[in-house]
Design a protein around this ligand. Structure first.
Ligand code: 3H9
Length: 655
């Protein structure tokens, strides 16, 4: 079994007449220039070597190929291109079989589609996540996938970026067989069996017919979910083209679209988000610090937030001990948690066995001493400093000395909470967003005295919960609420200066926010922020500009959608502009002698972006946020900032 080397990242060995080609380009075997050149060299060898009758293609480690090398985007292309490699594999005289040993994504999936047969390990995931990067597949998937799966399934998969497991890939026709072990051996055997037989070349297949209404529905469903992004719409168009255009024409159109989108602002923004997500949660200087072992998570308070955190922890595989003050409250907490799990079963996100397994790992009790078994306790009680500090003092006497205490406070000073305990070094902030079992973002607050391994453990737990953890220092409201306050303040200044709520909301929605600021306020209710403003009134700088329109709305009982009126009015539940609110705003302007002027949508978004990015710069200067990308992730994942704009820091930089 001679070892062959075709490039730094491509090696081969001949087994029983089959050249097994292995892609070894850590961390994810991306198809970088060296991989593409090495694959071409392997094909050259297989072409002329009479002892090689077929080839099998696989990846080293746990990944087949994670896709094209995203770091190469934006640089001048280096030949051979991936489409060139892929076309050569498809047209290859000798059989080529893909041994899909792990994730085959994007260009990795496209490599497999060019092979004449595909075998996947049962744990492998397959998919085309390109639209998440603002691009369409650029190496043939929009033309080859529908030839295997039919057009409706290809539209759904490519435009949604959904990954499928090996079993589903088999039933959709993407792979030909699934094995539980030795995928390379199985592929080599199949390759050998194909010698001398006609080869099934994906590109030569005809796209299966689909009923017109099914097709239209698939396209319309996918377009609706595109939310104004271009890449999914282009993907739908290209997949549909596969059924009507010859392969070469479809591939050329796909390539042209891919190159155009790759150089777009949307793709640059989404690439920034991709790398920001990979960088988030990494803390300089703590690379070698080991996380503590966490098996059991205690959660004090099982209300709306606590029950969501409990579900997230159960989903992460932890044992969970929920604690309430009375047995009655504990029973209700358990009901809330099992209700959330039932809902997940109803919506197909969880099966009944998964729910039952989770419930077996759950205890909800009024006996706080049970927290002695917890490795980490997260408090999710009423956001009041006295309540929280007293709780942490009590926990000091219950939990083990090596257990970690986390506070889920939104606005209180976690350093003050930590200072009240005997061991502030074991305290950290875990600021979840509501609903905590759904929202990905968690601000992990590095308190003044948090021990390095406490912070590292909090990050590891958040990741195991499937969350996106962003590290942040102590400041009022942490990263998200600090920026949100600056954004809200600027929007209210613009109200006084001449814009109306619906104009500001329309500008934000056109920019890509799912909902404008004032519509969000109405949905969430105005009273909590009002109560906070009243608490802060005594300490507010009297010289600072203050807009009291929201206060006047609250004084008039306009608490938002629940009250039927707030910034808008809701006849029959439909959001409508209210002349009374316009009159109030005009009255405030007149009282302050402000001559209103017109704001166009671009000026509105520019001013709001600047307010956000200025506050972001302040957070960076204060050391509260470590990277601009962290701020972008917080605003995208916690506050509806459109990801295809890259977040406020990225977008401000582009302007
Ligand atoms: C494409 O294929 C276009 C083609 O259609 C057309 C071409 C002509 N490139 O996520 P992780 C890095 S577009 C470069 O933490 P995991 C990542 O930055 C591509 N680097 O690992 C990180 O680096 P670091 C379509 C990449 O085990 C490290 O790998 N493909 C790439 O949790 C580990 O990443 C995709 O969009 C890449 N393609 O998950 C798939 N991928 O350690 C994107 C990752 O320095 N990738 N890195 O921070 C993924 O979804 C996940 O990385 C994967 C592994 C599931 C593969």
């Amino acid at each position: 079994m001679p070892d062959l080397r075709f490039s730094d990242t491509i090696s081969g060995s001949v087994r029983n007449g089959v050249l097994v080609v292995t892609i070894d380009n850590p961390p994810v075997n991306a198809t970088s220039a060296d991989v593409r050149a090495g694959l071409m060299a392997a094909l050259d060898r297989a072409e002329v070597d009479a002892t090689v009758q077929a080839i099998a293609l696989t990846g080293a480690g746990n990944t087949f190929v994670g896709g094209a090398d995203i770091k190469e985007f934006g640089k001048p292309p280096v030949e051979p291109t991936l489409p060139q490699v892929i076309e050569r594999i498809e047209a290859f005289r000798k059989a080529a079989v893909a041994a899909i040993n792990g994730a085959a994504l994007g260009g990795g999936c496209e490599l497999t589609l060019a092979c004449h047969h595909r075998i996947a390990l049962s744990s492998a995931k397959i998919g085309l996540p390109e639209v998440k990067l603002g691009i369409v597949p650029g190496a043939g998937a929009t033309q080859r996938l529908p030839r295997l799966t039919g057009t409706p399934a290809a539209i759904e998969l490519i435009s949604s970026a959904r990954l499928v497991g090996a079993g589903e890939a088999r039933s959709l026709g993407i792979v030909d067989a699934v094995v539980d072990a030795d995928v390379v051996g199985a592929a080599a055997e199949v390759a050998k069996g194909l010698v001398g037989k006609p080869l099934r070349r994906t590109g030569a297949l005809t796209v299966p017919d689909a009923p017109a209404d099914t097709l239209e529905k698939a396209a319309a469903d996918a377009a609706r979910k595109a939310k104004g992004q271009r890449a999914p719409l282009e993907a739908i168009r290209l997949v549909r083209l596969a059924a009507t255009a010859p392969l070469a024409e479809g591939l050329a159109e796909e390539r042209r679209t891919f190159l155009e989108l790759r150089d777009s602002d949307e793709a640059a923004a989404l690439r920034h988000v991709f790398f920001a997500e990979r960088a988030a949660g990494k803390v300089d200087g703590l690379e070698t610090v080991k996380a503590r072992k966490v098996d059991v998570i205690g959660i004090v308070g099982t209300g709306l937030m606590g029950s969501g955190i409990a579900v997230a922890a159960l989903n992460g595989g932890y044992r969970v001990i929920g604690v309430e003050q009375t047995q009655d409250a504990a029973d209700k907490g358990r009901e809330r948690i099992s209700g959330l799990l039932d809902k997940a079963v109803q919506t197909g996100r969880l099966d009944a066995a998964g729910r039952d397994g989770r419930l077996q790992r759950l205890t909800v009790t009024s006996d706080a001493s049970e927290l002695a078994a917890a490795d980490l306790v997260i408090e999710a009680v009423f956001d009041d400093l006295v309540v929280k500090t007293e709780l942490f003092q009590r926990l000091d006497n219950i939990v083990r000395p090596d257990a970690i205490l986390a506070t889920n406070t939104s606005y209180l000073d976690p350093n003050a909470i930590a200072a009240a305990t005997a061991h502030p070094e074991r305290v950290v902030g875990l600021h979840f967003f509501s609903p905590a079992h759904i929202m990905r973002l968690v601000e992990v607050v590095n308190c003044a005295k948090s021990a390095p391994d406490v912070l590292v453990t909090a990050l590891a737990v958040a990741k195991k919960l499937g969350k996106l953890p962003v590290v942040c220092g102590v400041t009022e409201g942490f990263i998200g609420n600090r920026i949100f306050s600056a954004y809200r303040r600027e929007a209210e200044f613009m109200l006084e200066d001449g814009a109306l709520p619906h104009e500001i909301d329309a500008a934000l929605e056109a920019y890509g926010f799912p909902m404008g600021l004032f519509a969000v306020y109405d949905m969430a209710g105005l009273e909590i922020a009002w109560a906070k403003r009243k608490r802060q009134a005594a300490t507010r700088d009297p010289a600072a500009r203050y807009v009291d329109i929201a206060d006047r709305l609250c004084e008039a009982g306009r608490f938002g959608q629940k009250a039927g009126k707030g910034w808008y009015v809701y006849p029959n539940g439909k959001r409508s502009v209210d002349p009374d609110v316009t009159a109030l705003i005009e009255q405030v302007r007149a009282e302050k002698d402000i001559e209103p002027r017109h704001f166009n949508a671009d000026e509105i978004t520019a001013r709001l972006l600047k307010a956000m990015s200025d506050e972001g710069e302040a957070l960076l200067a204060e050391g509260v946020a470590a990277r601009p990308g962290d701020i972008d992730l917080v605003m995208i994942n916690g506050y509806g900032f459109p990801s295809h704009r890259g977040g406020p820091m990225f977008a401000a930089g582009r302007r």
